[in-house]
Design a protein around this ligand. Structure first.
Ligand SMILES: O=C(O)c1ccc(O)c(O)c1
Ligand SMILES: [Mg+2]
Length: 628
């Protein structure tokens, strides 16, 4: 599959955009006219730069408001086109994109539009260029790709063909199956965009909210399958108008873009294999090492130059000290299959804070190779010769994601690098063994910078096969927090991605926002009692919350009183129940303990505003009450 991308997707100058596209591995680009108009480089220089970078210039776009006009305007439009064809010859670009008329069309007649396109085709032939006609979703008379195709058929000129853009087709609900009816040689160009579901006029939706494939709600795999079946074998190009992408670093956005196409190519290949068996199509689709979903969390790592505050919390939660690393200032704490590493080497930034997570996978080599082919940056950590060589990549928020070997007995293959396991309390004091009521890591919650949120969703879906669950919005005193859970089918791995409120950028954490690890307990009340005895400071929960709980659920008064006494939160979902509590925050990290009863699958979303408000108050010291 030939990959291409429109320069409108990226920030920067035309030259910077071109370099970023080449570095990310694109075969070619579409030049978006406004980018050329503001460039100090001549068309010849842009052509030479593309050559040097190994990029083909696949499309010049857009040419607007041509067809369906009265005769005098048609002559003026042909003059305009002539100037652009001359320019395209200088650039060495063979195909021009023509948008269906949105502004000046007055004649709603296919035969007349086709005649005018034929005139344009005759002119284009003299320059050796082709015109790809695209039905914009808001075109005056032509807003449907099949309608555009009928006009192209009527024009019946070799220089006139169609441009298909997934946004205009899927946003209007047109059925992409009809793509298969278009003769392949008449599809001159293909643009891809995904988009979130929004109730918005289609022009605003298109101009501001497009996202890369895999980051929105469109079924682009099926779209691609129809395209491949049509016999098309030209460039597949990303055209993403997105306010955020246009103001974030272009090299990073180009990598996100490339990842989306590599992923889509693979998904399309497997879709076609499943539905069409061994049928051969002109477009060849590359595949990636396929990996099974991760089966569970292997560990969570907290960076901390001074481990004491974090080890105290873990001790209070009933974790045992399982030893220091043989060669590094790193501690291992465990309870059941929950493993937390406190790493003194990774210190820096706002700490303590979550620096890495480990996932159990069937084949760490294959999983790492897949992630790297999807343009994830590999992590290189120093390791001694006899230590496990661990595979890891950086997530978009710089969290290190380790791909660990799942063992049959649930132990960690690397754990014997730690020892000896002397019973230890906070700060190295002797500790009492606890009841290990915590059995595993339930989920990990990572806060994401708002501008990298879509990228993070695609990253976890493409590299690790996690599935996004419908996102939620949680009110907090700092704003509405968007929360997106990514999980494996059996729930063995659950990641909650929250957009960090903008307000924290100017706050004491320098833009970092607390993140947490949630542990599973077999008996939450007993865990909380033990933790209270060991001195844990719970995140306080206001009395108003318990009055509301009493109103919403018919809870036994004794149980309700116990919840309130221990600062426990409660939720219900069908037959399932959820009990949980939070520790106070140290630096940038806190812990949660949850008990899931009867198949509860959520995360206590109704309680999230209570947590966020309580943490907000805690971060500001005691609540200030008006004197009075
Ligand atoms: O929003 C537009 O004007 C516009 C221009 C060119 C395109 O290819 C497109 O899909 C939209
Ligand atoms: Mg388009």
């Amino acid at each position: 599959m030939r990959t291409s991308i429109a320069t409108v997707c990226l920030s920067g100058t035309l030259e910077e955009k071109m370099r970023a596209c080449a570095d990310a591995g694109f075969d070619g680009i579409e030049i978006f006219e406004p980018d050329l108009l503001v460039s100090p480089s001549s068309p010849e220089q842009i052509r030479a730069l593309a050559d040097t970078l190994g990029l083909t210039l696949d499309l010049y776009q857009p040419f607007r408001d041509f067809e369906g006009v009265e005769a005098p305007l048609l002559e003026a439009n042909l003059d305009r086109a002539r100037a652009k064809f001359e320019l395209m010859n200088r650039l060495g670009i063979e195909t021009m994109l023509l948008c269906s008329n949105v502004g000046t069309a007055t004649i709603d007649d296919d035969a007349a539009a086709a005649d005018q396109l034929r005139r344009l085709g005759e002119l284009a032939a003299g320059y050796g260029v082709k015109v790809a006609y695209e039905a914009l979703a808001w075109g005056r008379y032509v807003n449907d790709f099949e309608h555009a195709q009928r006009i192209v058929d009527l024009a019946d000129h070799p220089q006139i063909g169609t441009c298909l853009d997934s946004f205009h087709i899927l946003s209007r609900g047109w059925d992409p199956a009809a793509i298969e009816k278009i003769p392949a040689e008449k599809i001159f160009f293909v643009q891809l965009a995904d988009a979130p579901e929004l109730s918005l006029d289609v022009l605003s939706w298109s101009r501001h909210y497009r996202v890369f494939p895999g980051e929105g709600a469109f079924d682009l795999v099926r779209f691609m399958a129809h395209l491949v079946r049509s016999g098309y074998n030209g460039p597949v190009s990303l055209e993403i108008f997105n306010d955020v992408f246009r103001q974030t670093a272009e090299d990073r956005t180009a990598v996100d873009a490339m990842r989306s196409l590599i992923w889509l190519e693979e998904r399309t290949a497997s879709y076609l294999k499943e539905h069409d068996g061994g049928t051969h199509y002109p477009m060849s689709l590359a595949t990636l090492p396929s990996v099974a979903e991760p089966t569970g969390f292997n560990f969570a790592e907290v960076k901390a130059g001074n481990p004491d505050a974090v080890s105290a919390l873990l001790y209070q939660l009933g974790f045992s000290f399982a030893g220091g690393h043989r060669t590094k200032p790193v501690q291992l704490w465990t309870s059941g299959a929950a493993r937390v590493i406190i790493n003194g080497q990774q210190a820096g930034g706002m700490e303590p804070g979550i620096s890495a997570l480990g996932l159990d996978v069937q084949d760490p080599q294959a999983a790492a190779s897949r992630a790297v082919q999807l343009r994830a940056r590999p992590v290189s950590r120093r390791s001694q010769a006899d230590e496990q060589v661990l595979q890891a990549v950086f997530a978009p928020d710089s969290t290190e994601v380790f791909l660990c070997e799942a063992t049959a007995d649930g132990t960690a293959a690397w754990a014997d690098e730690f020892g000896p396991a002397v019973q230890q309390g906070p700060g190295g004091t002797a500790g009492q063994p606890a009841q290990p009521l915590i059995s595993a890591i339930d989920h990990i919650n990572l806060s994401q910078p708002w501008q990298h949120f879509d990228e993070a969703v695609l990253f976890y879906e493409s590299t690790l096969s996690l599935t996004p669950i419908a996102s939620q919005e949680v009110p907090s005193p700092m704003g509405l927090v968007r929360s997106q859970v990514m999980r494996s089918a059996d729930g063995g791995v659950r990641l909650a991605l929250n957009i960090a409120p903008l307000i924290v950028e100017s706050g004491p954490g320098g833009g970092e926002y607390p993140q947490h690890v949630a542990f599973t307990s077999t008996d939450l009340v007993a865990t909380a009692r033990q933790a209270a005895e060991r001195g844990l400071q719970f995140l306080p929960v206001p009395a108003n919350y318990y009055e509301d709980l009493a109103a919403r659920f018919r809870l036994n008064p004794g149980f309700l009183a116990e919840l309130q006494e221990l600062n426990l939160l409660y939720d219900r979902d069908g037959d399932g129940e959820f009990l949980h509590f939070y520790t106070g925050t140290v630096g940038n990290v806190f812990f949660e303990v949850v008990e899931r009863r009867g198949g509860y699958e959520g995360y206590g979303a109704p309680n999230a505003p209570v947590r966020l408000a309580s943490q907000y108050l805690a971060s500001r010291g005691e609540p200030k009450r008006k004197a009075g």
